[in-house]
Write a protein that binds this ligand. Structure first.
Ligand SMILES: Cc1ncc(COP(=O)(O)O)c(C=O)c1O
Length: 472
């Protein structure tokens, strides 16, 4: 089972038991009966009926038919304020007219040339223009592929095998990152992941420069450190900005490469991502999501000298080893067209700021609802995201405790009361809002005042129902 680093809903096997006999879930079933039928069909095709672990929901997930702006409509015709945001890819909401026009235009010209094309150059140039450390760029098809390639490049460039990553940070599902810590704080490989590979990964606690110094002392064969610069799992377990600065200084001094995984924070936190916001220059950066305007796509960017390892030797030059990298859909014209439209919007509008401002208002209004209900929960987050911490250990904890790292990542990631997150998500759906499985979600530049009021009302209604059912 993936543990701390995955994004699966924080529910447990006991969830099924505790979701029976709930008036709230009965209402969910009554309002979403067509989804229930589709879910039944899906279970005959897909394991647990889902195509992404984060979309798993008890008793079954919502099936959606169409979306526009900040809203989407399910197969029963019900309308929702959407906080799944294309898993974070949709900074401008669903179907922004400029992105749609770019895709339609390109569709008529072809979806795959199997050759170079000008769009890929324009797309790469926009990445260079926006991301401060992007001297060179290489496209992949997803964020997972981007982190995989970044780790390979780091190992090739340094000739060292080990990678340091942080507990609670998510970097996709490939073999180097799809596992968390065992009870003894050693990396614990997931089923299907080679233990020998897990041994090459060192998982450090976040926000602790002294521990990191010790790790570098004990592991002179560390090639790189990779992290989500705004905190693990979309800032669910925050990184303290001072630690980011120490990390840059420490890695530079020790000759270890620093990789910012900006798959989420890139083009979202600010047009140039977290590195622009914090003024810190990583050696390598991984990108995806907003990068490709809602279509599949990823990239690595960074120091030109490191990218040399991906280059072919010039004609007649000496043969040398090259880092191999293929990928049928790398920089495909459709993703490039959508990506160019999206990055031009990032560069020329205040979309990042709008999404950040909306999230700040949303967080404070939702926290007020929690306080009103007298629940020990905390609604927190940074930039254009929000998280709902249901505080299963019932600690006295504030937003400031979480932001400063005083509330440990283990407490934040502790499994919620069985079935509670499913009920919270289903309750929000009953009240016309879909949130992400953290629980929480990304905000967009098109969420409106009306969306805000609907979300606050839905949260208030859901908390009331959870209280009636003895959940809080
Ligand atoms: C920080 C981070 N890195 C990597 C990934 C993997 O990206 P993808 O889902 O495109 O493979 C994700 C996905 O959510 C992510 O949040």
């Amino acid at each position: 089972m993936p543990t701390q680093t995955d994004r699966a809903p924080r529910t447990s096997a006991a969830a099924t038991a505790s979701t029976s006999g709930s008036a709230l879930l009965d209402e969910y079933r009554r309002l979403t009966s067509t989804s229930a039928r589709l879910a039944e069909r899906a279970r005959q095709v897909f394991p647990s009926g889902v195509t992404h672990d984060s979309r798993y929901l008890e008793p079954y997930p919502l099936y959606v038919e169409r979306a526009a702006g900040s809203r989407k409509w399910d197969v029963d015709g019900r309308e929702y304020v959407d906080y799944t945001g294309g898993h974070g890819a949709l900074l401008f909401g669903h179907n922004h007219p400029r992105v749609v026009a770019a895709i339609e235009e390109q569709l008529r010209r072809g979806t795959h040339y199997g050759s170079g094309h000008e769009l890929e150059i324009r797309w790469g140039e926009l990445v260079q223009r926006l991301v401060p450390s992007a001297e060179r760029v290489r496209f992949t098809s997803s964020g997972t592929e981007a982190t995989l390639l970044a780790l390979r490049l780091a190992r090739a460039a340094t000739g060292k095998p080990k990678i340091v990553r942080f507990a609670g940070h998510f970097h996709g599902w490939h073999d180097h990152v799809a596992f968390g810590l065992g009870p003894d704080n050693r990396p614990l490989s997931s089923p299907g992941v080679l233990a020998e590979l897990a041994e090459q990964m060192i998982i450090a606690p976040p926000n602790d420069a002294a521990v990191l110094e010790r790790i570098f002392d004990e592991n002179p064969d560390a090639a790189a450190v990779i992290l989500e610069p705004t905190g693990g799992s979309w800032g669910q377990t925050p990184i303290v900005p001072q630690f980011l600065r120490e990390l840059r200084e420490l890695t530079a001094r020790r000759g270890v490469l620093l990789i910012f995984d900006e798959v989420i924070s890139g083009f979202r936190v600010s047009p140039g991502g977290a590195q622009q916001h914090f003024g810190i220059r990583p050696d390598l950066t991984t990108l995806a999501k907003i990068l490709a305007g809602g279509l599949p796509g990823g990239a690595i960017a960074g120091r030109a000298d490191l990218f040399e390892a991906l280059s072919f030797p010039s004609t007649g030059g000496p043969r040398r080893d090259k880092v191999p990298h293929h990928g049928t859909y790398n920089a495909n014209p459709l993703s490039a067209a959508a990506g160019i439209a999206a990055l031009e919007l990032v560069a020329t509008t205040d979309a990042c700021q709008k999404a950040n401002d909306y999230a700040a208002r949303l967080r404070s209004r939702l926290q007020a609802v929690v306080d009103e209900a007298g629940a020990p929960w905390v609604v927190y987050g940074t930039f254009s995201g929000f998280h709902i911490f249901t505080n299963p250990e019932g600690q006295p904890v504030t937003q400031a405790d979480i932001a400063s790292g005083r509330c440990e990542w283990r407490s934040i990631k502790a499994p919620a009361k069985p079935g509670l997150i499913s009920k919270l998500r289903a309750g929000m759906i009953v009240h016309g809002v879909e949130i992400f499985s953290w629980p929480g979600g990304p905000t967009s530049s098109v969420h409106s005042d009306d969306d805000l009021e609907r979300t606050v009302a839905a949260f208030r209604g859901t908390l009331r129902r959870l209280r009636d059912e003895g959940e809080i």
